[in-house]
Design a binder for this molecule. Structure first.
Ligand code: FES
Length: 219
């Protein structure tokens, strides 16, 4: 008696197996046929980054442009009125030569038509013409008044600072007090019609030369 071992007959695939294999093939085919399903999120991510970067630089650009605009707006020279710019001071005929100085509050100056014949101590020092003096005291900035009745060294009519007593002649030359120099002089323009304009932004430091800065009216 032979003792033969027989292997069991190979089982034939069932319908269920066939269906499972067919389903798997279909899934693979579908996956391979639609590659864009995996690529889509990457593109979205890239465009989102581009958008954020673009927004950032756009915002930065707008901010910088705004800052430059504000800077230019602040520093752009405009027509200056009043002190710091040209200030009209009437006509030559408004000022008799040798009369007392006239105060112009808008322009912060005293203006007078100086007479060289006024040779007294507090006089013009030989100045002949118009002189505009900034009313700000060169010592500590108090407003200096013209005092026709103030007497100093036996003479009446001086600029006299009320704060520390600095005293100036009619041409703004310092003769007494702590001020470091004479009253500052503003530039004067006089046109052919006799109109006077004081350039309150153009100032010369006061000195004994003040009388030489007087401006003669046109002949
Ligand atoms: S502020 Fe005029 S003398 Fe001092």
């Amino acid at each position: 008696m032979t003792n033969e071992t027989q292997s069991p007959p190979e089982a034939a695939p069932t319908d269920a197996w066939r269906a499972a294999i067919a389903s798997r093939k279909t899934q693979i085919a579908q996956t391979e046929g639609v590659p864009s399903v995996q690529a889509a999120p990457i593109e979205e991510d890239v465009s989102r980054r581009r958008f954020i970067r673009l927004s950032f630089f756009s915002g930065l650009g707008v901010t910088l442009l705004g800052s430059v605009g504000l800077f230019l707006d602040y520093f752009y020279p405009r027509h200056v009125k009043g002190f710091g710019g040209p200030v009209p001071a009437g006509k030559v005929t408004d000022y008799p030569q040798g009369a007392q100085p006239v105060h112009n509050l808008d322009g912060q100056f005293w203006i007078a038509y100086l007479d060289p014949k006024e040779t007294r101590k507090g006089g013009t020092g030989g100045a002949d013409g118009f002189l505009a003096l900034w009313h700000k005291c060169p010592h500590l900035g108090c407003t200096v008044p013209w005092r026709q009745e103030f007497e100093f060294e036996g003479d009446k009519g001086w600029y006299r600072c009320p704060c520390h007593g600095s005293t100036y002649t009619k041409a703004g030359v310092r003769v007494y007090g702590p001020a470091p120099h004479g009253m500052n002089v503003m530039e004067i323009d006089i046109d052919k019609a006799g109109n006077i304009v004081v350039q309150t932004g153009k100032i010369t430091t006061g000195s004994p030369n003040n009388p030489k800065l007087a401006v003669l009216p046109p002949a």
